[in-house]
Design a protein around this ligand. Structure first.
Ligand code: HAM
Length: 421
């Protein structure tokens, strides 16, 4: 038997309605905040990610699916969406009209990570980016949008973590101090951290290895080294969040795994998720557009993990989101079966979701089947009723049954909207 590749999975019909729910709600909420969708390719030239995300990040060093095509070009399955979006923003001169562009994208991303619950090699993100403004108000607006989305989806037990990782003006001085302190405690750090001291000392701060925690906790905090503009930006973000009534936790250790960030970084974690508890993450990337060949442009955004959003949906939402047909047709006999097909086609054109299966079932079996699906109403058509142009309409909620001329079925169904279970 051929099975799907480790770290990838099939999303089966049992679960897909939960995905649709998150996708639908995100699109509706993002629309309210003025975001427009953009569809981006799944693979790009490798250089885009090496330059955009950073050569010394885990993603670029160890996790990319890179291959050469038949034309010997090095291509990579996208590990994230921001670099691609910025590439498209530059390529199509989306900055041409000036002002702010609010864009979002959704789709699969690929990273060669160790698979576990909530962490896959093909996973799905929905991301949104604001290109143009420098304001912390935009950051708070985006975070507010996420709060509303999680609220609409019933996702609770979450925490918002914020940090500032400075800018090219203040970060080098911090990095020098940090590197020195890391070297002094290298004996208490894991091999990965020791390697990072030289190449990416900031990443030591968010090492998850329990053996490193004591040493890492004793390292200096970047918040103590911010320059005046970064400090003021950070304070203003906190003020905006306060005005919106959004609770946050400051976490100076949260530096995130992508090199393009400056100033604000943020993450939202969920208590419902276990080890891979980051529901979403993002931050500001003011230099990225320029670095990839575009005009100097401020950028801020996030990506949410769709797989993890689905995992974090509460039971009540899971149970209530499965689509249920409005009516089940139960034809008993061959003539009735043929007539039922015509009735089903008519009802579907009138907007009803109708289930009809073409197996020869007894009435009891039809009712059991309808009950299992949670369908509220069943239209029973026997051969005799078919001859008379009638059907019995049975409510599975009240148990009531009435005889309805088929010509009036649509109107009666409309008049008596049945609550689905
Ligand atoms: P990221 O933190 O690498 O950021 O990913 C964002 C989210 O994608 C994570 O919080 C998590 O929910 C989900 N995710 C990441 N890796 C996996 C995985 N292997 N399996 C399942 N879910 C995963 C970015 O990708 C940035 N592009 C976010 C951003 C946009 N920053 C600014 N704009």
């Amino acid at each position: 038997m051929i099975t799907c590749v480790r770290g990838t999975r099939d999303i089966l019909p049992d679960e897909i309605h939960l995905w649709h729910l998150v996708e639908r709600e995100s699109a509706a909420i993002f629309d309210r905040y003025g975001f427009e969708e953009l569809r981006l390719p799944i693979f790009e030239v490798t250089e885009l990610f090496a330059r955009g995300i950073g050569d010394t990040t885990d993603i670029v060093e160890k996790e990319m699916y890179t291959f050469t095509d038949r034309n010997d070009q090095s291509l990579t399955l996208r590990p994230e969406g921001t670099a691609s979006l910025v590439r498209a923003y530059i390529q199509h001169q989306l900055y041409k009209d000036g002002g702010t562009r609010k864009l979002y994208y959704a789709g699969p991303m690929f990273r060669y990570e160790r698979p576990q619950k909530g962490r896959y090699r093909q996973f799905y993100q929905i991301g949104a980016e604001v290109l143009g403004p420098d304001s912390p108000g935009v950051e708070a607006e985006v975070i507010d949008m996420l709060m509303l989305l999680m609220d609409r989806l019933g996702i609770g037990d979450t925490r918002l973590w914020i940090n500032s990782i400075g800018c090219p003006a203040c970060r080098p001085a911090f990095l020098a101090v940090l590197q020195e302190r890391e070297q002094a405690t290298a004996g208490r750090l894991c091999a990965d951290c020791v390697r990072r001291i030289a190449v990416n000392p900031l990443r030591v701060l968010d090492c998850k290895n329990p053996d490193c925690q004591d040493a890492v906790n004793a390292l200096p905090s970047i918040l103590d080294y911010l320059c005046a503009p970064c400090r003021s930006h950070h304070e203003r973000l906190k003020k905006h969040l306060g005005l919106l009534g959004i609770a946050y936790h400051e976490n100076p250790r949260m530096v995130r795994g992508l090199d393009y960030y400056v100033k604000t970084t943020f993450e939202i974690t969920s208590g419902a998720l276990g080890a891979q508890n980051s529901l979403l993450g993002g931050g500001r990337y003011d230099g990225l557009v320029e670095q990839l060949g575009g005009p100097p442009t401020h950028g801020f955004g996030f990506a949410l993990g769709l797989d993890r959003f689905v995992l974090a949906l509460p039971e009540a939402v899971r149970a209530g989101s499965r689509p249920v047909p409005d009516v089940h047709l139960a034809p008993l006999g061959e003539t009735a079966q043929e007539l039922a097909q015509v009735v089903a086609a008519r009802l579907r054109r009138a907007g009803f979701a109708v289930s009809q299966d073409f197996q020869d079932r007894s009435l009891k079996s039809h009712l059991r089947h309808a009950n299992r699906m949670g369908v509220p109403r069943v239209v029973i058509i026997g051969d005799a009723e078919a001859e008379a142009g009638q059907a019995a309409l049975k409510s599975l909620i009240t148990g009531d049954q009435i005889l309805v001329p088929l010509t009036e079925l649509e109107a009666v169904l409309r008049q008596q909207p049945a609550e689905k279970e």
